[in-house]
Write a protein that binds this ligand. Structure first.
Ligand code: HEC
Ligand code: HEC
Ligand code: HEC
Ligand code: HEC
Ligand code: HEC
Length: 258
């Protein structure tokens, strides 16, 4: 059998080939990639040419494109301000007070407030946390995390059992001597928290939503409150509430399988 030598595109040729491919794709799906969304931020930032001229810009756009926020129509200007009705870069980037400094609007300390527009309950809990107090590091204590430290910014993600330990360990580890036992406890508690969700689903399926409507609504509400409570990072409180709610759904489940 004849060996096929892989064709290696290099340098400018590869770039030219890529541009051809991307414009081809964009041409095939007008309205799907950029479209007449009436959102100039998305229209301009989705330009595949940025892959060549500004890789970072391209990557940030791709991250957003795959995020849960995009599915919910949370767009660039919801976090970065600017004016999405203006077509030119200069006009679109200009914020209300005449400045055009999009990212300084999103300084490390200001990020929680930006998110609070839509996640207010979580924000309110977060303001009670030691993490929030430490957004500006002090002489005796290092900097705490903001929303984006744990969830990402453009590629926003929920924290899960597979990721929580790594996230907490970036600051809570033996080297920093900042309560290194925290990541393990957090993983344990999050696991229990997610178990509530599994029981909840089981009850919904097994009991039929009509039968347990009130019960399910109550659990749903308490589950959301617990999600907010997580953002106080008061682990003792979180533990107490988690086991309260877990007991409740577990005994309901038992009563159903009788
Ligand atoms: C006509 C094209 C165009 C439009 C419209 C546009 N941008 Fe940009 N944007 C760019 C380019 C190009 C850059 C790269 C930096 C530069 O050239 O200023 C950029 C950079 C950015 C940055 C990086 C931070 C910075 O200050 O450099 C953010 C954030 C951003 N744009 C958000 C937005 C938002 C939000 C909107 C809509 C309100 C928007 N852009 C509309 C072309 C555009
Ligand atoms: C949920 C809020 C949110 C949305 C929606 C969002 N961004 Fe961002 N973006 C951020 C935050 C916070 C940062 C700063 C942290 C970082 O760099 O990851 C950022 C950083 C950036 C940067 C890098 C800026 C720099 O100077 O390093 C660019 C470019 C950017 N965003 C463009 C966009 C574009 C274009 C869109 C829409 C397609 C968008 N963002 C949507 C929150 C958001
Ligand atoms: C314009 C409204 C809006 C803004 C601003 C906003 N979000 Fe969201 N976000 C939503 C909606 C809607 C959802 C989906 C429903 C939900 O999970 O609450 C969501 C979901 C999420 C999720 C869950 C993702 C998942 O996989 O389940 C996280 C985490 C999140 N947002 C973090 C942030 C952070 C951090 C910021 C600030 C940088 C932010 N959001 C700003 C509206 C917003
Ligand atoms: C130290 C890490 C950390 C910080 C900082 C943080 N969170 Fe969270 N966040 C978590 C953890 C852990 C959960 C898990 C509980 C859960 O799934 O509801 C969570 C859950 C969430 C959810 C629910 C996700 C889902 O499953 O629907 C949203 C939305 C969210 N956070 C937004 C925010 C916002 C907004 C901020 C800033 C005001 C913030 N978080 C700050 C760790 C963090
Ligand atoms: C960016 C660094 C950073 C990350 C990431 C981080 N923390 Fe922290 N955390 C801190 C700092 C700083 C303090 C305050 C330490 C002090 O009091 O000197 C703190 C304190 C705490 C405390 C003690 C609160 C109190 O009231 O005394 C808990 C609990 C905690 N963090 C939980 C977590 C959990 C859980 C995670 C992961 C989901 C996490 N942290 C991720 C920096 C971080």
């Amino acid at each position: 059998m004849k060996k096929i030598k892989p064709m290696i595109l290099n340098g400018p040729l590869r770039i030219a080939f890529f541009c051809f491919l991307m414009t081809g794709l964009a041409g095939l799906t007008p309205g799907l990639i950029a479209g007449d969304s009436g959102d100039s931020c998305v229209e301009c930032h989705s330009d595949p040419g940025f892959f060549v001229t500004n890789k970072k810009l391209y990557r940030y756009y791709q991250d957003w494109l795959q995020s849960p926020h995009r599915l919910e129509d949370v767009s660039c200007s919801d976090c970065h301000m600017g004016d999405p009705s203006k077509k030119t870069k200069e006009a679109a980037h200009r914020v209300k007070n005449g400045k055009s400094t999009l990212t300084s609007e999103l300084g490390f300390k200001d990020i929680p407030e930006t998110c609070s527009g839509c996640h207010d309950e979580i924000y309110q809990s977060f303001t009670k946390s030691r993490h929030f107090k430490q957004l500006s590091p002090s002489k005796n204590s290092p900097q705490g995390p903001n929303c984006v430290t744990c969830h990402g910014s453009m590629n926003i993600m929920a924290v899960n059992v597979a990721s929580i330990r790594n996230i907490c360990e970036t600051c809570h580890n033996p080297k920093t001597k900042n309560q290194p036992e925290i990541p393990k406890t957090a993983e344990y508690l999050l696991n229990k928290f997610l178990a509530i969700h599994r029981f909840y689903r089981f009850i919904g399926l097994k009991g039929g939503p009509a039968v347990n409507k009130e019960f399910l609504a109550r659990v749903n509400l308490e589950h959301r409150e617990l999600s907010s409570l997580w953002h106080t990072f008061n682990l003792a409180d979180i533990e107490r509430k988690t086991f309260e709610l877990l007991d409740k759904v577990q005994s309901k489940r038992k009563s159903l399988s009788k």
